[in-house]
Design a protein around this ligand. Structure first.
Ligand SMILES: [Zn+2]
Length: 477
């Protein structure tokens, strides 16, 4: 019998608002333990939460990008459970009226994943287990950091689809500017609900949940391994238990943690300390109008308006910072392909080599445009262009002033170049002889000698042509 895997994803993303969801504490990652806290986010008696408006705005923005219906009259609920990283012993979340519902995300290959709902909630603190002191420490800095939980429909049928969805979702959230989606810092993490069923069976099998997965590779491996495990259980005549499992990436296997809770275990009830959230049409329309252009739309526009190939469009939208640099440079030069090439080759390489992130770059698009103008206008050759680019990249020089000051302008006078060619031939009779004897390599040497005599500042094609002419013009004896 063949089995089919069915999975759904719950993705938690920390929002990059300046302050927490219900108080004014900063949301910065890290920091000395228990320094980004106040009586509200540590759940002191008598304190009251105040909702951060930007959290609602970010949730609406995300919902619109994922084609969701926005809930006009929503509210928050308390999810009650005790755990030492949760000082209030409840998490403010949304159960009954989540802010976004019924969305969809296309993941390529004609496949669409349904979005069941998106809700707003607060993050919990962090426990640090200290094996040396044999104790556990608690850091409440993360308490109250705003989260969106994006819940998909059980539409996944392979690990590849899961990864494609996460990559697409991450790209959208980054372009929306609502989260930095750093999986290594836990600002994007996924829970996977997975079951298997005999092919052709409509009813779903019993599912397990794997929590807080934080790398795409680990997620793909976990999905494959858990699918295999469940199929083996069923084939051996056993039953899959509904439980939460912990994925151990080092052991390449998952382990049972606890039996899975249901909603009723949390004793959800409406949060009495917060007012209902009313979102009117004008607000939604404003968010829609101010929505940043998404990567998918940029790629379409780069192909249609700039005539760039698909590969270039993908490279340039792989990070928001590249897209911005490209668009600003292209707009100033009017030569989008030249701007694309400059960024995709030398600038991406130098950035990587220097250990910088694209968003750290402070490159001035006007200077890049000026450099492109010098190269494309034939005033400097590409080799000199690379040197000037390094100066722009590392020292922020003005390309035009630098080229003039360093005397790097191309020798454009054909007579000067011709004189250099003649001298190179006269100085290297052996190479001339070799070339005429059929050694093509000697030609490259003569070109190199000419270029050197001109200080590297000549058009290589012009030298090529003149050397070729000179060699052809003096027939062998
Ligand atoms: Zn606080």
């Amino acid at each position: 019998m063949n089995y089919e895997m069915v999975a759904g994803l719950e993705v938690h993303v920390e929002l990059s608002t300046a302050s927490k969801i219900f108080c004014g504490c900063v949301t910065d990652f890290g920091g000395e333990p228990n320094t980004h806290v106040c009586p509200v986010c540590t759940g002191m008696p008598g304190t009251l939460p105040v909702l951060n408006r930007t959290v609602v705005e970010f949730a609406v923005r995300t919902g619109l990008a994922l084609r969701c219906d926005i809930t006009r009259r929503g509210k928050f609920d308390r999810k009650n459970y005790f755990y030492p990283d949760l000082p209030k012993a409840y998490q403010v979340s949304q159960l009954y009226l989540p802010i976004c519902r019924d969305g969809a995300l296309d993941i390529g290959g004609g496949k669409t994943i349904g979005i069941h709902e998106i809700h707003m909630e607060e993050d919990a603190g962090k426990l640090i287990h200290d094996p040396w002191e044999d104790c556990t420490l608690v850091d409440f800095n993360r308490c109250g950091v705003p989260l969106l939980e994006i819940v998909s429909e059980p539409d996944f049928r392979s690990a590849g689809e899961v990864v494609a969805y996460l990559e697409k979702l991450r790209e959208i959230l980054l372009y929306l500017g609502v989260s930095d989606c750093k999986m290594q810092e836990g600002s994007m993490r996924a829970d996977i609900n997975l079951s298997v069923r005999p092919e052709g069976q409509a009813e779903l099998g019993t599912r397990t949940e794997m929590k807080n997965m934080n790398s795409f590779k680990a997620i793909a491996r976990a999905v494959e391994s858990e699918t295999k495990r469940q199929i083996e259980v069923l084939k051996a005549g056993g039953r899959v238990r509904q439980e939460t499992r912990r994925w151990d990436d080092n052991k390449d296997a998952s382990f049972a943690m606890r039996s899975k809770e249901n909603a009723q275990d949390y004793r959800y009830f409406p949060e009495p300390d917060l007012l209902p959230v009313h979102i009117d049409d004008a607000w939604i329309e404003r968010v829609r109008r101010e929505m940043p252009e998404l990567a998918e739309d940029k790629r379409r526009r780069y192909r249609a308006d700039f005539g760039l190939p698909e590969y270039d469009a993908r490279q340039l939208t792989s990070e928001r910072a590249w897209a911005r640099l490209f668009e600003e440079t292209a707009a100033r030069t009017g030569r989008p392909k030249a701007a694309a090439n400059l960024i995709m080759t030398d600038i991406m390489r130098m950035t990587g080599d220097s250990g910088l992130l694209p968003e750290d770059l402070t490159l001035d698009p006007a200077k890049l445009a000026a450099l492109i103008g010098l190269i494309e206008g034939g005033q400097i050759n590409r080799t000199v262009g690379k040197k000037v680019l390094e100066q722009v990249f590392f020292h922020d020089v003005d390309p035009e002033a630098y080229v003039k000051a360093q005397g790097l302008l191309l020798v454009g006078d054909p007579d000067l170049v011709r004189a250099a060619v003649e001298k190179a031939l006269a100085d290297n009779p052996k190479s001339v002889e070799d070339y005429r004897g059929g050694k093509e390599k000697a030609f490259g040497f003569l070109v190199g000698q000419t270029m050197r005599a001109l200080g590297g500042k000549a058009d290589p094609q012009l030298i090529n042509r003149l050397v070729r002419e000179a060699l052809a013009g003096e027939p062998a004896e």
